[in-house]
Design a protein around this ligand. Structure first.
Ligand code: PLP
Length: 264
């Protein structure tokens, strides 16, 4: 068997299997890559929310990263929950020395409102992490938190993406999925831009509340596609298609919000 393309996720664990590292590895497998993981934090989590979170020492994050990169090698990296300023700085330093595409999902708060990043880490995300990104994939809450730009309608996505690009990523993919249905005409609209090209990614909005892990899935799908050699616009379009199918197939699990599905 030939060696498959390899993609790495640097993120937190979701014990419920719907988001975080678990969603990333499922996505990477589904898209034909070998997924690897650098764990940053462990969460006790289910369909109702996050009941507890424990961060790993920076040393453990560095050691996992070195183990994977020095022997196996990676063709693309995705980051998710980084928990604290110390881990943001640790991961940013590791990525700055790595010459492969990097997808940064600047995870702030879960859909249930549980904090996955300390507020004191925001500055390090802006000044150290975002400059390492080939693509940054903030949702509208994360855009507001990082740049102060509040998106209320589709036309605001341009201003939001420009504010994200000011922090140094090569591309910004601003996810408009949280725009209300009437402003987005029943579509989930995202804008991908590098400041010159604009790609509007549109998909039908699915009336399904089981969307846990959506952001993790999109970012790791982009990383998987980049590991296979796609350009950023190609990777983003394929990832949007993948996550749209995963949302459509999202299922009930536990008493709360169920996960998107990877076996559709
Ligand atoms: N838990 C972990 C470990 C995550 O990394 C994330 C998102 O990145 C979430 C939970 C949040 O998932 P969601 O907001 O889709 O429910």
């Amino acid at each position: 068997m030939p060696t498959p393309p390899r993609a790495l996720t640097v993120a937190g664990s979701d014990s419920g299997g719907g988001a975080g590292i678990q969603a990333d590895l499922k996505t990477m497998l589904a898209l034909g890559t070998h997924g690897m993981s650098v764990l940053t934090a462990v969460t006790a989590q289910n369909s109702l929310g996050v009941q507890g979170a424990w961060e790993l020492p920076a040393e453990a994050v560095r050691a996992q990263f070195r183990s994977v990169v020095d022997d196996i090698g990676v063709q693309a990296v995705k980051t998710g929950m980084l928990s604290s300023a110390a881990l943001v700085e640790t991961v940013a330093a590791l990525l700055a020395d790595l010459d492969v595409p990097v997808v940064i999902d600047p995870v702030g708060v879960s859909k249930h409102g549980d904090p996955l990043l300390a507020e004191s880490a925001l500055d390090a995300v802006r000044t150290k992490l975002l400059p390492t990104a080939t693509v940054a994939t903030p949702n509208l809450d994360e855009v507001a938190q990082l740049t102060g730009v509040h998106v209320r309608e589709e036309a605001d996505l341009r201003r939001a993406a420009a504010a994200v690009l000011d922090h140094g990523p090569r591309w910004a993919l601003v996810k408009g999925g949280h725009l209300t249905a009437d402003t987005a005409a029943g579509e989930a609209v995202d804008l991908l831009t590098d400041g010159r090209e604009e790609h509007w990614l549109r998909a039908p909005r699915h009336d399904n509340r089981h969307t846990h892990g959506t952001g993790c899935t999109l970012a790791s799908a982009i990383a998987a596609q980049l590991a296979k050699g796609d350009t950023v616009p190609q990777a983003a379009a394929a990832a949007k298609e993948y996550v749209t199918g995963a949302i459509a197939a999202g299922f009930r699990l536990g008493a709360g919000i169920g996960p998107v599905d990877h076996g559709w």
